[in-house]
Design a protein around this ligand. Structure first.
Ligand SMILES: Nc1ncnc2c1ncn2[C@@H]1O[C@H](COP(=O)(O)OP(=O)(O)OP(=O)(O)O)[C@@H](O)[C@H]1O
Length: 270
């Protein structure tokens, strides 16, 4: 369990990125932080692994203040996936994945064998193991980024816009893959995105942030869609957008969902 206890962060230049933010992320759940650029999402995420220390307030992992932990050890015990994969360009895929386990003391050979298994687990052909990150597609790089974050078997996975740099089709595939992995691995995930559809698809709970890291609304995706807290949330989630308002029509005995422009989006199961 991760707890943000009334955390604030003011950067040296004077920017108040986050103020008095509190949130509990239950174990084995995915919480998506969603908000526009500059709403403090990355700052909050980095407080968990101490890449950023709050100006005030505390972050606890399983009741322990992260500030009492050694920052390097803490970071190695938490999986972290970045938008650009954050892979080391001069190391092969297998060595990228094995890096943290080796730093944690796993023998290199064992770490490499485990890395190959992890590659398969994230849906990659082990044949890519010997390639360098620059020889992979964007989607493959992101899969390697996920494999690397999972390699030391962390309880917590922090994901910062991990699928932001790939095209919509690959993005959808990666989202499905993450849902599948999560159903097997049961991690505690904090997922940062500015894409509300992604947040709704992946988050057990979604936190909508406005500027200054202020919570506009939190809840299950269905709750937020059903009852946006205010105009900001309504605008942000696009609840008024034609393509989000669905109606149904009957065609040949089946119920078809159509969007506000009359385009079919799916069939309702009987
Ligand atoms: N190291 C820093 N020094 C000074 N200001 C910073 C620093 N990091 C972030 N900020 C500022 O804090 C605010 C929040 O930034 P943060 O990166 O947390 O937002 P974000 O919601 O993740 O944005 P994005 O979606 O663009 O990544 C912004 O105004 C940003 O300019």
């Amino acid at each position: 369990m991760i707890e943000f206890e009334s955390v604030s962060k003011t950067y040296p230049g004077g920017t108040a990125a986050v103020s008095e933010f509190s949130l509990t992320v239950p174990s084995h759940r995915t919480v998506a932080l969603v908000g526009s650029s500059g709403s403090g999402k990355t700052t909050l995420l980095r407080m968990v692994n101490r890449m950023v220390d709050p100006t005030s307030g505390r972050v606890l992992i399983d009741d322990e203040d992260v500030r009492t932990r050694n920052a390097v050890e803490l970071r190695r015990s938490i999986g972290y996936v970045l938008q650009q994969g954050g892979l080391l360009p001069h190391r092969t895929v297998v060595d990228n994945i094995a890096t943290v386990p080796v730093l944690n003391g796993t023998p290199r050979r064992t770490a490499r064998t485990a890395a190959l298994e992890m590659l398969e687990r994230v849906g990659l052909d082990p044949a890519v193991a010997r390639r360098y990150p620059g020889q992979l597609s964007g989607g493959q790089q992101q899969r390697v980024g996920v494999a690397r974050a999972l390699a030391s078997n962390p309880n917590i996975l922090l994901m910062d816009e991990p699928f932001g740099a790939v095209d919509p089709i690959v993005r959808r595939e990666l989202q499905e893959e993450l849902l599948r992995l999560q159903s097997e691995l049961d991690k505690t995930i904090v997922f940062v995105t500015h894409d509300v559809d992604e947040a709704f698809r992946l988050g057990d709970e979604v936190v909508v942030l406005r500027e200054g890291g202020e919570v506009a609304q939190r809840g299950k995706p269905t709750e937020i869609l059903a009852k946006p807290a205010d105009d900001f949330v309504r605008d942000f989630i696009g609840a008024d957008r034609a393509d989000h308002v669905l109606t149904t029509v009957k065609v040949d005995g089946r119920t078809i969902a159509v969007d506000g422009d009359g385009r079919p989006v799916g069939v309702l199961s009987p």
